[in-house]
Design a protein around this ligand. Structure first.
Ligand SMILES: [Zn+2]
Length: 178
C-alpha cells in the first residue's frame, strides 16, 4: 500500500493556485491532480474566465489541461478549492477519477454535485475547516471574492438560474438527482 496522500499539503497547493488567480483579478478557484501511488503532482491550475476569456476553464479543468494526456486517471486524486460545478463534476465522472478532495462546500449553493459523484462511486472527501487551515483559507478567499465581485462570481456559474428552466430543476421538482 502506498502511503496515504497528505490532503492538507495538496489542498494548500490548490489554494495557492486560487490565490494566484485572485491576484490576477480572476475567480479564485484552484485545482490539483495527484498520482495516488507516488504523490506526484500531475497537473495544477486555476480558473481562467477573466485571464483567458474562457468560461470553461474552471480550476479543475485547468488542472486537467495542465496534466494533459494520460492513459487514464484511475489512480489519481482531484483536489479542488471549491465544490465542483456540474461541468467539472461531469468531467470527474467521465474521466474516472476515483477520489475528489474539496476545500470549500460552504460557498456552494447545494450538495447536488457531491451526491452525483458519490452515486457514481467517487470517494468525496470534504476537509473540515476546523482542522484544515488550507480549507479554512479556501472558504475565506471565496467568500471575500463573492463580496468583492458578486457579478463575476455569478458569471462564472453561468449567470444564475435560467428562469425558463424553473420547475424542471431537480431541487424544485423533488426528483432525485441520481
Ligand atoms: Zn467547474
Amino acid at each position: 500500500m502506498p502511503p496515504a496522500l497528505d490532503h492538507e499539503k495538496f489542498m494548500r497547493l490548490a489554494y495557492e493556485q486560487a490565490l494566484k488567480g485572485y491576484n490576477e483579478g480572476g475567480c479564485p478557484i484552484g485545482g490539483v491532480i495527484v498520482d495516488n501511488a507516488t504523490g506526484k503532482v500531475l497537473g495544477q491550475g486555476h480558473n481562467a474566465l477573466v485571464q483567458e476569456g474562457n468560461p470553461v476553464i474552471h480550476g479543475e479543468m485547468a488542472a486537467m489541461r495542465a496534466a494533459g494526456r494520460l492513459k487514464n486517471r484511475h489512480d489519481t486524486t482531484m483536489y479542488t478549492t471549491l465544490q465542483p460545478c456540474f461541468m467539472c463534476t461531469g468531467t470527474i465522472v467521465q474521466f474516472g477519477f476515483p477520489r475528489v478532495v474539496i476545500g470549500d462546500v460552504v460557498n456552494a449553493s447545494s450538495d447536488e454535485t457531491v451526491r452525483f459523484m458519490k452515486a457514481r462511486g467517487v470517494e468525496v472527501i470534504v476537509l473540515d475547516p476546523a482542522s484544515s487551515p488550507a480549507a479554512k483559507d479556501c472558504i475565506a478567499l471565496c467568500a471575500k471574492f463573492r463580496r468583492e465581485k458578486p457579478e463575476l462570481w455569478l458569471e462564472d456559474w453561468g449567470g444564475g438560474p435560467n428562469p425558463t428552466l424553473r420547475g424542471r430543476h431537480p431541487r424544485e421538482s423533488g426528483d432525485p438527482i441520481e
